[in-house]
Design a protein around this ligand. Sequence first.
Ligand SMILES: Nc1ncnc2c1ncn2[C@@H]1O[C@H](COP(=O)(O)OP(=O)(O)OP(=O)(O)O)[C@@H](O)[C@H]1O
Length: 341
Amino acid sequence: MAKSNDGELAFPFPILIGDIGGTNARFALLLDAFAAPKEYPIIQTAQFENIDDALQNCILDKTSVQPRSAILALAGPIEGDEVPLTNCDWVVRPREMIAKLGFEEVLLVNDFEAQALAVASLSDGDREKIGGGDEHPVASRAVLGPGTGLGVAGLVHAMHAWIPVPGEGGHIDMGPRTERDYQIWPFLEPIEGRISAEQLLCGRGIMNIYRAISAADAREATLDVPAAVTSAALTGSDAAAVETVSLFSTYLGRVAGDIAMIFMAKGGVYLAGGISQKILPALRGPEFRAAFEDKAPHGELLRQIPTYVVTHPMAALAGLAAFARMPDRFGVTSEGRHWQR
Ligand SMILES: Nc1ncnc2c1ncn2[C@@H]1O[C@H](COP(=O)(O)OP(=O)(O)OP(=O)(O)O)[C@@H](O)[C@H]1O
């Protein structure tokens, strides 16, 4: 990272920012510190063999501007010079990107770190509140995002900066609690003998719950993709789908409440990821918030904590843009994930 005149950290503009999930990749170009980001159409990761082809075809060939820096948020742990993505075949090779695509520097961050950067400054127009009291402006926040997987991150305010805390919180253990849970649990598909939150709270998780409900009730599971289950649930046309989304909301509330307690997130818990927006009407129902607050002996604490659904269509990009413009507002480390020409 270069240093600006006043000694603060800075990336050279134009800066390409990108949010690369398991299914979708979203990119935007920041020409300078003030211009609005120029957003590009969403890319389906499955349509390109690798990220370099996607960038060349969908971004670099579509503009005469040569980005000097790239800040990319990836779904997966960032280690070494070759970073494979979770839930997608792409491998990100920053050294090759610098050699072939003309960047001077590349910074990789975790995709939920980018979501955490976004929740530092979402306006009311970019979030919908679902219950709880007022937010404490500089208290910790947390973000959970059911999408292709389940991303989780915290956001802590310290030393005059917002510090994202990425982790693998989507992989915490889940157990049955109600009588109905005990009926369904034996039919859930485990990973190496265990049901983690991500086995339930993502696109694949919706199908896992739906199939388990159908099996527990000895009914045929006729719906075959998550979007079919959630749309049948929202129109009320399929009883198993309705129960799936109801249980999904309950389980999401339980995990969100646990994460809120871990971070003491009095600044709010934010639901990001593609699925939260798509099932927003269901999340406004009683299940999510009731499960969130059902945390004896800390029920009163949880009742005060606000929960939000992020409604910004490109929240991670907004977070990366805020960081790219003012890196010193955030405590983001570049160690081991920053490459320069
Ligand atoms: N209407 C819908 N209802 C429920 N799930 C859906 C719907 N449409 C798509 N999905 C599921 O959402 C997931 C994609 O989520 P998202 O749009 O957040 O993608 P992503 O950014 O690639 O995800 P991630 O960052 O977790 O890898 C897929 O599992 C897909 O099957």
